[in-house]
Design a protein around this ligand. Structure first.
Ligand SMILES: *Cc1c(COP(=O)(O)O)cnc(C)c1O
Length: 392
């Protein structure tokens, strides 16, 4: 095994603060059942992870190796993830009255969505710690990404997917050698099934925020945005939020970057966009709650946003509030219309989730919450091709 420059030291609970050895397999905190977060020796990482050293590094998320958990080169299951372009929205920005609008185009990731960033870490770390079989409840993109990295690592993959998920997601997972089980119900019902099987067969559950490393992959979006903006932070980041891994991850990334001296104390305002058919974070944010209640009867064409309950709900709400951000809901019709609008102006054909960020930005420009001279980063989290059936 060839060691990486990872400075991973331990895991700590995001809620109760209890510390754990990072060299053992962990899901939620055994003490309080909340997400565990990876911790690093950041002063040590800062010796080699510098603005200057980054200039010569590979164009992938592995450029931030010191601040990533993977310990061996064999555990870096590289398929070309990360370092996606930050594209100037051009005439789209002009049309909506916000010229400094940028699109972080995550559709370029392996398997076509930003789920690759999280799953390359979760599967890679599980592989390093001796896991042979991984499992996931997923409406689509996470399952595809898990299947890809499990295939790369030679692990068995088990996917539990709602029966009404688009057929192509099943096709993708099966092509990548995963065992796919269709479940009558929502992603939360799939989660229940996975928990049963995990107990029965000793598989490892890589559900979002139920293991510590997916967030570590997703946080690299924060590192990349800042580096791509020439070490400046945008004023606003708009993130289509399901489980919230990326939002919580980026918020963690900015703290790490500050501790390593890469940035100062400045922060963007973080915005969660959800579908009006499934908006638990928006409701909890507006009601001033610390945790979000489960959303009943969730429905939206944006599969990545159809998450009625998130284990990291309090972390999402905390990041929104600490950043001076906001949570808003947009309709499916707004998503579909704005997907075409983004496509027409920018050449990026987004998933409905990506279009949701644009719909959210338009609302926030209208209400005056975003000013026309601000720099706004929108996330396109997946290629529209995976959702082509919605426009067909
Ligand atoms: C999973 C997913 C999301 C939501 O991401 P989280 O980090 O879980 O909030 C958004 N868009 C797409 C396309 C997704 O697959």
């Amino acid at each position: 095994m060839t060691a990486t420059r990872s400075t991973l030291t331990h895991l700590s609970c995001s809620r109760c603060g209890e510390n754990y050895d990072a060299n053992q397999l962990m899901n939620l905190c055994p003490a309080c059942a909340k997400p565990l977060l990876a911790r690093y020796d950041l002063p040590k990482a800062a010796q080699t992870l510098t603005r200057a050293s980054l200039q010569g590094r590979e164009s992938s998320l592995w450029r931030y190796e010191e601040a990533l958990p993977i310990q061996s080169q064999e555990g870096q299951l590289k398929l070309g993830e990360g370092w996606t372009p930050l594209i100037c929205a051009g005439t789209l920005g002009a049309e909506i009255g916000c010229p400094n609008t940028l699109i972080k185009d995550e559709s370029r990731n392996p398997t076509g969505s930003f789920k690759a960033r999280g799953l390359v870490m979760a599967v890679g770390r599980a592989y390093e710690l001796g896991v042979r079989e991984v499992a996931i409840p997923s409406a689509g993109n996470a399952a595809g990404a898990m299947s890809a990295y499990a295939a790369k690592a030679g692990l068995s993959a088990h996917v539990y997917m709602p029966r009404d998920a688009p057929a192509l997601f099943q096709v993708e997972c099966r092509a990548l050698a995963a065992q796919v089980t269709l479940v009558d119900g929502l992603i939360t019902d799939c989660g229940t099934k996975v928990r049963e099987k995990v107990e029965q067969f000793g598989w490892f559950d890589v559900s979002t925020l139920k293991e510590p490393y997916r967030i570590e992959g997703k946080k690299t979006m924060g590192y990349e945005i800042v580096e791509q903006l020439g070490w400046r932070l945008p004023d606003v980041i708009i993130y289509p939020t399901g489980g919230g891994t990326g939002l919580v991850g980026m918020w963690k990334a900015f703290d790490e970057m500050e501790q390593m001296g890469l940035i100062g104390s400045e922060r963007p305002r973080m915005v969660s966009v959800q579908s009006s058919g499934c908006a638990p974070m928006v409701r909890a944010f507006n009601e001033g709650r610390e945790f979000a209640e489960t959303w009943q009867g969730a429905h939206t064409v944006a599969d990545g946003l159809r998450v009625p309950a998130a284990v990291g709900d309090f972390l999402i709400l905390q990041a929104l509030r600490e950043s001076g951000g906001i949570a808003i809901a947009v309709t499916d019709a707004e998503m579909l219309g704005n997907a075409e609008r983004m496509g027409r102006h920018t050449g990026v054909f987004p998933a409905p989730e990506g279009a949701a960020s644009l719909a959210g930005q338009i609302r926030l420009l209208e209400s005056g919450w975003i000013q026309s001279d601000e720099t706004v980063v929108l996330f396109n989290t997946c290629t529209g091709l995976k959702y082509a059936h919605l426009w067909a």
